[in-house]
Write a protein that binds this ligand. Sequence first.
Ligand code: NAD
Length: 436
Amino acid sequence: MRLSVIGCGYLGAVHAASMAELGHDVVAIDVDERKVAELSAGRPPIHEPELPELLARSLASGRLRFTTDIEEARGASVHFVAVGTPQQQGGTAADLTYVDAAVSALLPHLSDGDLVVGKSTVPVGTAARLAELVRASPADADLVWNPEFLREGFAVKDTIRPDRFVYGVPGGDAGVRATAVLDDVYRQAIDAETPRLVTDYATAELVKVSANAFLATKISFINAMAEIAEATGADVTQLADALGHDARIGRRFLNAGIGFGGGCLPKDIRAFQARADELGLDSLAFLADVDAVNLRRRDRVVALATELVGGDARGARVAVLGLAFKPDSDDVRDSPALDVARRLREAGAHVVAYDPAANGTAARLAPDLDYVDSVDAALTGAEVTLVLTEWSELKALTPERVAALVAERRLVDGRNVFDPRQWRDAGFEFRGLGRP
Ligand code: NAD
């Protein structure tokens, strides 16, 4: 099939290359000329495992090309909309200007029978509004909402073989036809019996934001328990292990630490709450607490680091290991690690930062940190060391290796990945989150 993908960011670039891998002819469109040039040259502008190889294969096959020209969407029969929906400047709702602009720009190039497929995460009600625009266009086209559940770090795998599909379709024959078309796009995964739920627009939009609200709530729940543990001398990691054995609860997303971040969870829970407010509903008021617990963990890490250097961070050399919001990604949007690094810098510390992939993206947002290209360079002479992203390279650090380089044996484990006893036995002042 001939497909277009509009928006070539974390979602769109992976989606476009994956669709070409599945055998489709794909034109991928972005307004960012630099990004289009990089992708066309086979250089992914983001760090995502498997993407370089996938991109190289797809480009070599001749089935994938990138352009800034939306006119080139003409001739494709399915058009994926994968542009950003960031938090509004000065507000908490989602900024829909990019989605609106992308759909408006696409409309003149649609042909009869085309399908516009929304993948961006949007507030409930958006698809119904955009469907009116599509219907009012000269072509006889339809709109589907097909939210994306990929996880950064596993994006390629999650796109080619997702754990489920959700199609929000229009009523009647149009919905039946749209379902058949999307099934053809995703044929391999559908034939492999990937669960697929066909529903209305509102439910499809809500599946995505409620999934993220649930995950955020689970993380903040255990982080709230970490606060209680800190006040009572309990150990939240053991608490989580014990809770996790209950199959109804489960152990995943129950890791206490510095909290969630990234380009999705924080802005999605804020936008979801803003949408509930618009609807006159108090139902999601608890998400403000989920957000607040999450942000307080950053305060806690800053306070622990400051305490370890004697109560005043001014002039202290601080090693920050990990800047991305999660391992195997260079994404620093709303990253708790980068936020902590910046706040210590603002407090006067000399922050020496290292991330296996995110130094570049971090430097664009926080140019005043001192970025180095190895763990050892960051550790050398450090008066306190903070491990803030659970990259394998960082989890593998040993007290012996760190002790040989740092000026002072002080460690804040922002992800609860180390055994405190091992570090204390090696003479470290060790601080975890929610641990005695
Ligand atoms: P991103 O910022 O990385 O990418 C968005 C891209 O859209 C950018 O390259 C931008 O230049 C481009 N763009 C903006 N306006 C455009 C237009 N009018 N025409 C063409 N291109 C345009 O964002 P992202 O992380 O890829 O997220 C995209 C959407 O997918 C968001 O709604 C997000 O919530 C959702 N989502 C993201 C993920 C994820 O893990 N990143 C997962 C699921 C859902």
